[in-house]
Design a protein around this ligand. Structure first.
Ligand code: ACM
Length: 267
């Protein structure tokens, strides 16, 4: 199975431009699963509610989402993308898994970072896993979490306990820790992880924010299979055997899940 990410300098307020870049970065690439950054349609640093309203979209009808659905079908590739979502009168920092058969699944970020709390409602559903199949793989379970969710190990653990073999992780990372910390998220759950980060800055009259790049893919032993640059847009792909994530033994006598002592974790 070929999995990868698109590391992108998302242009704030310019979903058309972002889509063009995604199309051109993936044009000559073959993959079964590609992950794009957080808020890949809109950009990150909002200044007011009007911007948020204008740049968010309904997942069923939005132009950006429909373009990703089409790319997924044409390339016969599952695509996970961060989306600035509008649903009724609420806004969510969401991730959507688009499948080639037209089905899609939504996860809404449950741990909002810093000023995101001003703009977005926190996710209203438990993280779930979704089974995908393709020409060269079948019944692989995929989970989604978004950026700052990484610092709450419960997010990745919940997905792994539900059977996720690959955790897709659209991100707009602003601190330096996550790329190193994903070693632990991958190892402690014996899962593959794909962190698709942003590069560049959002520069607004009232502030500026920089993103750290270095998108990473890890295997269930915590090996870094792929690491992108800090400052280039790139689409990197690696071939994996997703069944490696089904083995939860860490020694002959230790199983990551069966050895949990839940009665001692009353927090
Ligand atoms: C983040 O959650 N975008 C830092």
């Amino acid at each position: 199975m070929k999995i990868g990410f698109v590391q992108l300098n998302v242009s704030f307020g310019n979903p058309g431009e972002n889509l063009k870049k995604i199309i051109s970065l993936t044009a000559d690439k073959e993959a079964d699963l590609l992950v794009l950054p957080e808020l890949a349609n809109s950009g990150y640093l909002f200044s007011d509610k009007n911007e948020l309203t204008e740049l968010s979209e309904n997942i069923e009808t939005g132009k950006f989402c429909n373009a990703l659905k089409k790319i997924s079908t044409e390339k016969n590739c599952c695509i996970v993308s961060g989306i600035c979502e509008k649903s009724e009168d609420k806004f969510y920092n969401s991730s959507v898994l688009f499948c080639p058969d037209g089905k899609y699944f939504v996860y809404r970020k449950i741990h909002l970072f810093d000023k995101e709390k001003k703009w977005f409602s926190p996710g209203d559903k438990e993280p779930e896993v979704h089974e995908i199949s393709g020409e060269s793989f079948s019944k692989v379970k995929i989970g989604m979490m978004i950026c700052f969710d990484w610092i709450f190990p419960e997010t990745a653990r919940t997905l792994a306990l539900k059977g996720a073999q690959i955790i897709c992780h659209p991100s707009n990372l602003v601190m330096q820790y996550c790329q190193r910390a994903m070693f632990t998220r991958a190892l402690e759950n014996h899962v593959f992880t794909i962190t698709a980060n942003r590069i560049g800055n959002d520069i607004k009259p009232d502030g500026e924010i920089s993103f750290t790049g270095e998108s990473v893919i890890l295997n269930p032993l915590g090996d870094y299979l792929m690491r992108a640059s800090q400052d280039k847009e790139e689409c990197l792909i690696v071939e994996i055997d997703p069944s490696a994530a089904l083995n939860k033994n860490i020694s002959d006598n230790n199983h990551l899940f069966n050895d949990r002592r839940n009665k001692f974790y009353k927090i």
